[in-house]
Design a binder for this molecule. Structure first.
Ligand code: CA2
Length: 143
């Protein structure tokens, strides 16, 4: 069975609790449920969140052995982390970067993402539906 690793970066554990005008009302548990409902029974999902850059690097490295694709919302590390970019560059499968908000419509410091240099696709501004869109695309790619 194909396996997809879904990674969420810092502060995404607060989804649904603050700033609903930017990030919507869904919690991260709701997003995990949406992801499971999107893929159904035929795909193994590992859904993770960490506030720590090194933990995200460790999870990406572990994915080299057992994940067929990665969906990543790196949160604020998108805009700062060469370490996460390097880890993704050492990973061979497809990678889709997701942002709940449209980072290009926000502050200038959010317009650049280091991760986008590695991502096969970037989704921004679809709200939490962006995770479902990423998974549908990966299921196509993985056949
Ligand atoms: O739009 C996205 O998904 C972001 O990756 C979310 C990050 C932000 O730093 C990126 O620029 C864009 C922040 C996630 C923090 O989420 C919160 C949710 C509720 C309350 C506070 C933070």
């Amino acid at each position: 069975m194909p396996k997809i690793l879904i990674l969420n970066g810092p502060n995404l554990n607060l989804l649904g609790q603050r700033q609903p005008e930017i990030y919507g009302a869904q919690t991260l548990d709701d997003v995990a449920d949406l992801c499971r409902a999107t893929v159904g029974e035929g795909v193994d999902l590992q859904f993770e969140q960490s506030n720590h850059e090194g933990t995200l690097v460790d999870l990406i490295q572990a994915g080299r052995n057992d994940a067929d694709a990665i969906v990543i919302n790196p949160g604020a590390y998108s805009h700062t982390s060469v370490a996460i970019l390097d880890a993704l560059n050492a990973y061979d499968g497809p990678v889709i970067e997701v942002h709940i908000s449209n980072i290009h419509k926000r502050e200038a410091f959010r317009h650049h993402s280091y991760v986008s240099a590695r991502a096969d696709a970037v989704i921004a501004g679809l709200g939490t539906e962006g995770y479902a869109a990423a998974l549908r695309r990966l299921m196509q790619l993985l056949g």
